[in-house]
Design a binder for this molecule. Structure first.
Ligand code: SF4
Length: 314
């Protein structure tokens, strides 16, 4: 693996751009202040080279060049883990591995193989894999096997599943995620089967735009608050969000008193307005913000990327 770029700050987030087998991936390590790395560490890896789902606010959908192999997923993790934990023993109470940088993870069955190998590769009592998905049609077999893996290797709350649904309006959802996806009935039905005693609630995530249609009553019709958790996130300033004129409904100024969050709570949902650190927008480690772009038939580092000021040389 050849590192092409490294951006960020050790005390917040570091974004890596690397070439593996001639193709470019991005991966991230971050901490969540005020928690220290000794308490919680988040590693975010790519599962596809680009992404065929082409979500409206995400830069990964600009191209698609295939699946990242299990070994290439491991290479991303090893690059972040080995300098800090050379013996692969990681005594952190919460080590989250998110399959959420480039690519919809359910389109790659190597994610399942990788999940099976993780607990034997590393000694991590606090390992929590997190699958975030837009639930593409045709991925039913992936999720069936994921259910088995969760139950056998990550039971009792050591697995996090998130459906990114973005809107309660069918047309708007189709605009934000322009490929065939599961409808709410299918997600709710799967959720009922997924949850066993001790499991974490399933997250329903909305990237909230200024004009987004999000009706908590519609969610209540399908999703039981005892099974589903609501996460509201800003629309990050990606190239595609700017190009598609998507402005965030959640801003630094209103995030502490966000009405939609109250509306969900009134219906019984545990609800989080997940703003993270605004500085991550500059570093470019936030969801959908990529340091690379597809230009002249090649994946290249963006020359005018906002995170240039955070470029690290070592
Ligand atoms: S948000 Fe996820 S599924 Fe959508 S284009 Fe980006 S990586 Fe793919």
């Amino acid at each position: 693996m050849e590192i092409l770029g490294k951006y960020g700050k050790d005390d917040l987030a570091i974004l890596y751009v690397a070439k593996i087998n001639g193709k470019v991936v991005e991966f991230v390590e971050s901490i969540q202040p005020p928690l220290s790395r000794e308490e919680k560490w988040v590693l975010i890896i790519s599962t596809l080279y680009g992404c065929p789902m082409q979500c409206l606010m995400c830069d990964a959908g600009e191209y698609y060049q295939g699946k990242v192999s299990k070994d290439a997923m491991l290479a991303q993790i090893e690059h972040m883990v080995l300098p800090r934990f050379p013996d692969r023993s990681i005594p952190i109470p919460k080590l989250k591995i998110q399959f959420a940088r480039m690519g919809e993870p359910s389109l790659n069955s190597d994610v399942l193989k990788f999940l099976k190998e993780l607990p034997v590769t590393y000694d991590v009592p606090g390992l929590i894999p997190c699958i975030s998905t837009v639930a593409p049609k045709g991925t039913e077999a992936f999720f069936e096997e994921l259910f088995e893996i969760k139950n056998s290797l990550y039971a009792n709350g050591f697995f996090q599943l998130q459906f990114s649904i973005h809107s309660t309006d069918v047309e708007e959802r189709r605009k934000w995620i322009p490929k065939s996806i599961w409808n709410f009935e299918q997600i709710a039905q799967f959720g009922k089967k997924w949850l066993l005693p001790g499991d974490r609630k399933i997250t329903l995530n909305f990237a909230v735009g200024e004009t987004s249609i999000i009706d908590p009553q519609v969610i209540r019709k399908y999703f039981d608050p005892s099974q589903f958790f609501i996460k509201l996130t800003p629309v990050n300033p990606t190239y595609n969000a700017v190009r598609n004129n998507l402005k965030s409904g959640i801003k630094e100024s209103n995030s502490h008193d966000f009405q939609l969050a109250k509306d969900f709570r009134d219906l019984g949902y545990e609800t989080l307005v997940s703003i993270g650190e605004w500085e991550e927008n500059q570093i470019g480690s936030n969801c959908g913000q990529f340091a690379t772009q597809f230009l002249d038939g090649e994946v290249k580092l963006k020359e005018t990327y906002t995170c240039q000021e955070y470029r690290l040389t070592s």
